[in-house]
Design a binder for this molecule. Structure first.
Ligand SMILES: [Zn+2]
Ligand SMILES: [Zn+2]
Length: 269
């Protein structure tokens, strides 16, 4: 069993946390340390329990608060080697642990696996965090294309945090100049609502209990549009779990992540 904290997500900042057995792992720290502390407190996430800060890539909306938080919490920063080469100067005192693509990283109750994603950063990653009872949470955003590696990493997890960045029509009719539109929709950019729905339909399995749509564009998407595109597709493939949409402006209430078979068992007891 795990808990998933969605502290906020969007182009102005991303921060999530997973918790199990009283230990927490931050996934991205893209708000100021103070804002992360404020949001964590609002949803009952004790930052004193954070055993590590995993960063998917170096862009500010994923890493801004990491230097100060790492110092305050005394927690190691976990990144791909390339990402660390960009960030190390900003946090000379932080301990670093490399996230390898071959070997999972073990930290407290967590087993962290990673794969590269197609995005315009040095060495961006998607992450999958699992605990001993088999519960697992995947986080994949800032990905231009869902590659075979991403599909492989995200299969059979209990919860998926997936980018649903833009509505394709809203992007085409937006005030963004064509070159920016191409960048967003391109292989180094972001997943559209429709691409997210297709990937989720492909990844669906009976153990998938929670889906969180994340990294919504403020200009070219709304929570309603993202949900309206993804929900019917998920329903069609038999998804009966909970569908959430992350917000830029505030945290969601903590989400309990339990594999469906176990959820039924605990209801029966
Ligand atoms: Zn990015
Ligand atoms: Zn981003």
């Amino acid at each position: 069993m795990m808990r998933l904290f969605v502290l906020g997500s969007g182009s102005r900042g991303n921060c999530f946390a997973v918790e199990s057995e009283g230990v927490a792992l931050l996934v991205d720290a893209g708000f100021s340390a103070r804002e992360i502390e404020r949001r964590a407190e609002a949803v009952g996430l004790e930052l004193g329990r954070v055993a590590g800060i995993a960063l998917t890539h170096e862009h500010g909306d994923h890493s801004t608060g990491a230097p100060r938080l790492a110092r305050r919490l005394g927690a190691p920063v976990l990144t791909a080697p390339g990402t660390w080469s960009r960030l190390a100067r900003r946090m000379p005192l932080a301990t670093h642990q490399g996230i390898g693509l071959q070997t999972p990283l073990e930290l407290g109750p967590f087993r962290v696996r990673a794969c590269p994603v197609s995005h315009d950063a040095v060495e961006p990653l998607a992450l999958a965090v699992q605990v001993a009872d088999g519960t697992g949470i995947g986080v994949a955003y800032d990905l231009g294309r869902p590659t075979a590696a991403v599909r492989y990493l995200l299969r059979n997890l209990t919860a998926l945090v997936l980018e649903a960045n833009h509505d394709e029509v809203a992007l085409r009719t937006s005030e963004y100049p064509p070159v920016v539109q191409r960048r967003i929709a391109g292989s180094g950019g972001h997943l559209s609502n429709r691409a997210a729905a297709e990937l989720l339909a492909e990844l669906h399995h009976p153990g998938l209990a929670v889906v969180v749509l994340a990294h919504l564009s403020q200009r070219c998407n709304t929570a309603e549009d993202a949900r309206a595109t993804v929900a019917p597709v998920l329903r069609r493939v038999g998804f009966t779990g909970a569908l959430h949409v992350a917000s830029q402006d505030g945290p969601l209430p903590p989400i309990l992540v339990v594999a469906p078979a176990r959820a039924q068992l605990s209801l029966a007891l």
